[in-house]
Design a protein around this ligand. Structure first.
Ligand code: UDX
Length: 442
């Protein structure tokens, strides 16, 4: 077993560090955010991720996992993983400040040769630059490995322990061997390559998944106009193994901390080498349009939204997380407020973060309270709680049961049995209530 340090305790760093300790390595996770480290030292997780906290506590108890904000505490580490954030800059490129802060601290701290493993998503060429940067500042030999992470929020531990592949990129065979040994207990297929290709695999993989989503969303818009059903189309497409059924779920666009950021960074990276990435620019454009779809549908149905009482069900960028980054809900709430609507929102876990951003929005403590007296309602995140909501409840609680389902949570068959007006994505609208001029119940 190895002595490993992980710098950065965001999604990637924390989940990876905890997972590596769980397979038997001695892991020290480091973060400059003292508050986070205080929380983690108490066995608490700063991120909402299923089964992560008990795994933290178990490995702390086994003395395989510890947390610090002091670099001297990781001096003895054979392997140092860099998993700090690479946030997006205004021009779309990746901000590498935290990467170089970590590199500087590592160069000043180590007292032996070390294998540095970059897990953060970084533009092609960064790992080589970081290696040169550290090596110029220390007499101890540095081996550099690019090891991109593919875990999904809300599914992180499962993806770590049951991932499709582990990508290990380096120009140093010994370093590749060291990292393969580190991951061996996971028993996941490993692909080894050079530094630059490993860095590109990350961007290309996320960009391709985003492309699949924008493609099916474009198809969904055509389906609405030609009377086809996008779910049937996606099913028929996905039965072709060359296409595959995953990531063909039409909806109101992708969000999160990765796809929006990585697609823009890849367009930027391509531009830096005079390649106009037309396809990916369209993917981003389509996604921006899709995030506006629900408000466009509401305006098409009602005209002005001034004074309308609108309920938003779901704020997180997807179920299973409290993360709002680049979520469709941010676009929808912002636009509806500018349209003069009164908004009530509900989300099982993401409301604390949304309250800071939207003081003008009313946050309900449960779905029923959120729907009571609403003129229009929209499903923005496909939490199970919403998928299992009995349809008659919309008629019972709302002023008029007019529902815009941005995640196709209900089957059209079950909707047709109800007396509600229903709009979704890439499927025929149901039950237009001519009799429903939008006036408030007394
Ligand atoms: C993604 C990648 O899946 C993961 O491999 C990478 O490491 C990080 O980025 P994540 O952002 O956590 O993971 O979420 P993911 O489950 O991929 O969903 C991203 C967005 O796409 C969500 O907003 C989701 O609602 C949307 N989506 C996903 C669709 O609209 N349709 C789909 O079929 C799948």
């Amino acid at each position: 077993m190895k002595k490993i340090a992980v710098v950065g305790t965001g999604y990637v760093g924390l989940v990876t560090g905890v997972g590596l300790s769980h397979i038997g390595h001695e892991v020290t996770c480091l973060d400059v955010d003292h508050e986070k480290i205080d929380l983690l030292q108490k066995g608490r997780s700063p991120i909402y991720e299923v089964s992560l906290e008990p795994m933290i506590q178990e490995n702390q108890k086994q003395k395989r996992l510890s947390f610090t904000s002091k670099y001297e505490d990781i001096q003895e580490s054979e392997i140092i993983l860099i998993a700090v954030g690479t946030p997006q800059q205004t021009d779309g490129s990746a901000n590498l400040t935290y990467i170089y802060e970590a590199a500087e601290a590592i160069a000043q701290t180590i007292n032996q040769g070390v294998t540095v493993v970059v897990k953060s998503t970084v533009p092609v060429g960064t790992c080589q630059d970081v290696k040169n940067y550290i090596q110029a500042k220390t007499p101890f030999p540095i081996q550099m490995v690019s090891n991109p992470e593919f875990l999904r929020e809300g599914n992180a531990l499962k993806d770590l322990f049951e991932g499709d592949r582990i990508v290990i990129g380096s120009d140093d065979r010994k370093a590749i061997q060291t990292v393969m040994e580190m991951y061996a207990p996971f028993d996941i297929p490993m692909m080894t390559t050079d530094l630059a290709s490993a860095e590109m695999i990350k961007y290309a993989s996320n960009a391709f998944l985003a492309t699949k989503i924008s493609f099916i969303n474009e198809i969904s818009s055509i389906c609405e106009k030609v009377g086809a059903n996008v779910e049937a189309v996606a099913k028929g497409m996905g039965m072709d193994r060359r296409i595959g059924s995953s990531f063909l779920q039409a909806g109101i666009g992708y969000g999160g901390s990765c796809f929006p950021k990585d697609t823009k960074a890849l367009v930027q990276m391509a531009g830096n080498v005079e390649h106009q990435f037309d396809l990916l620019e369209s993917v981003i454009h389509v996604n921006n349009k899709q995030q506006n779809k629900i408000v466009d549908q509401m305006k098409e149905r009602c005209g002005s939204l001034v004074g309308k009482r609108i309920t938003i069900l779901g704020l997180a960028f997807k179920p299973g997380t409290d993360d709002l980054r680049e979520a469709a809900s941010l676009v929808i709430l912002d636009r509806l407020l500018r349209e003069g609507a009164f908004i009530t929102a509900y989300d099982p876990v993401a409301m604390p973060r949304a309250k800071e951003k939207f003081p003008a929005v009313t946050f309900a403590s449960n779905v029923k309270e959120a729907l009571a007296g609403a003129d229009l309602a929209a499903i923005v995140t496909e939490w199970d709680e919403f998928k299992e909501l009995p349809l008659p409840l919309y008629d019972e609680l709302m002023n008029e049961p007019i529902l815009f389902d941005g995640r196709n949570c209900y089957s059209l068959d079950e909707v047709r049995e109800q007396d509600i007006e229903y709009y979704s994505v890439g499927r025929p609208a149901i039950g237009y209530r001519k009799s429903a001029p939008l006036t408030h119940k007394a």
